[in-house]
Design a protein around this ligand. Structure first.
Ligand SMILES: [Zn+2]
Length: 458
């Protein structure tokens, strides 16, 4: 007994930044579940997007990443003393990434390059595109990583430990949950998931698979939406946005994450119904193209649909931009065209929307649809305030139409009720005690982990 231990180095008491170390003495295996960036710590110490961490040591000092010997690449540590030897033997056997959101994946850029990093096919493509678009010296720098790519349902072997990767529905394609068949029994990790999106059947299939297990020793699950859940599905978004876009006599500006391909599909459907074309920035197009590689996400493709337009979003000459311009010259339009004929288009933007808004200076009658999560930290709050100021200046009203990427409390209840794990471990939330209390009686025990403490699971 006591062969399995878990340590949470992030994602506890905060939304995202998941970094979970699982050690199975019985099988002599140590692995990491996710290795994401903590937006909480980042927003405390850095002003996005003009200020980035300057060294790995700085991140260690801030507690943004754990102090574990030989866990990190010499590439970044070596700069201190000019030593550029090969990587040391790593202290973990593998890192499994649940999905390509940066609060789960970004800090793989810091890891020892001898550690194999397991990602789903689609996560791999998104991370590769992100590496080209957003690379800084330390962050989103995925060069030299030994990626191991898996498909839905695939069994992964790390030493003697067997793991099953099962896709779930989230606001990014390629999200996966994992079942680890430890020497003490199955241990499950949901990553981020929901039961009200385009691919909710994936999540249902994951729950079904868990139900077949004899006794789940522990279930680690996200609990992001405790106080802000809405009963809104992707289908609701399509209906509401459709009504607005049809009534709009100017430009429709839709604000959502470029990696939320399902939301992109939704707005594409809306555009078709009301006779508009979709306009996306180059960065956005690069991500869409990466996701388009997979049969289940081929629609709408940049080329196939003929009603997607790309707009240059920077003057910088980067190789990937030149390549986009060379490959899709006929899809490109300029800002002038959008300004002249706003009623012809739905312009998709994300986060950087203030700059885009100033460039467009939308005509009277235009609307702004905020279709992403509410600002969840002070920094985003400030950015949001500036967005509102600009909308006021430009006389553009805002609507909020959104279906969350995260499970509602009742979806979490369904997961726990149907799978009956021995121990429940809520993470990825500021309110773990609330969800644990809400779920009381559905498991033998609940564990509210603290950062850096090691827990025995049996
Ligand atoms: Zn997350």
């Amino acid at each position: 007994m006591g062969q399995v231990k878990i340590t949470f180095y992030g994602g506890v008491g905060e939304i995202g930044g998941n970094k979970i170390l699982v050690e199975d003495k019985g099988y002599d295996v140590r692995l990491l579940l996710d290795f994401g960036k903590s937006f909480k710590i980042a927003s405390q110490y850095y002003q996005f997007p003009i200020d980035y961490p300057s060294s790995l040591d700085e991140l260690l000092d801030l507690g943004a990443i754990p102090q574990i010997e030989n866990l990190y690449t010499r590439e970044f540590l070596a700069r201190r003393n000019g030593d550029v030897g090969g990587e040391e033997e790593p202290p973990v056997d593998a890192c499994l990434i649940s999905h390509a959101h940066m609060d789960h994946a970004q800090y793989i850029s810091l890891l020892n390059r001898k550690i194999p990093v397991y990602v789903s096919e689609c996560s791999y493509s998104i991370l590769t595109a992100a590496d080209q678009i957003w690379r800084t010296r330390l962050e989103t720098n995925f060069s030299g990583i030994k990626f191991e790519v898996f498909k839905n349902g695939q069994k992964i072997k790390v030493g003697n430990l067997e793991i099953k990767a099962l896709y779930v529905d989230h606001s990014i394609p390629g999200a996966s949950a994992f079942i680890l068949y430890t020497s003490e029994g199955p241990l499950a990790y949901t990553g981020d998931f929901r039961l009200h999106g385009t691919f909710e059947t994936l999540t249902s299939a994951f729950i079904d698979a868990l139900r077949m297990e004899e006794k789940i020793i522990a279930l680690i699950f996200e609990s992001t939406s405790i106080f802000r859940s809405r009963m809104q599905s992707e289908r609701n978004v399509e209906d509401s946005a459709g009504i607005l876009a049809s009534a709009c006599r100017g430009l429709v500006i839709a604000d959502f994450s470029s990696t939320d391909f399902f939301r992109f599909q939704t707005f594409y459907k809306v555009a078709r119904k009301c006779g508009r074309e979709i306009v996306i920035t180059e960065r956005f197009a690069k991500i869409v193209e990466a996701i388009n590689q997979y049969p289940e996400y081929r629609w709408p493709g940049l080329r196939s649909s003929g009603d997607i337009r790309i707009i240059p979003d920077a003057q910088r000459r980067e190789r990937w931009r030149e390549e986009m311009r060379r490959r899709f010259p006929d899809l490109y339009i300029n800002w002038d065209e959008v300004r002249k004929n706003p009623q012809k288009y739905i312009f998709c933007t994300s986060y950087n929307s203030v700059r885009d808004l100033r460039t467009i200076k939308p005509e009277p009658g235009s609307i702004y649809i905020l279709s992403s999560s509410e600002p969840f930290n002070e920094e985003r709050e400030l950015a949001f305030e500036k967005l509102l100021n600009w909308l006021e200046k430009l006389n553009v009203p805002m609507y909020r139409i959104h279906a969350s990427g995260h499970a509602t409390p009742h979806e979490i209840q369904q997961l726990v009720h149907e799978t009956r794990p021995k121990v429940i471990i809520p993470i990825h939330t500021e309110y773990p005690a609330v969800i644990a209390g809400f779920l009381q009686g559905l498991s033998e025990k609940s564990l509210i982990p603290e950062k850096g403490i090691t827990y025995e699971i049996q």
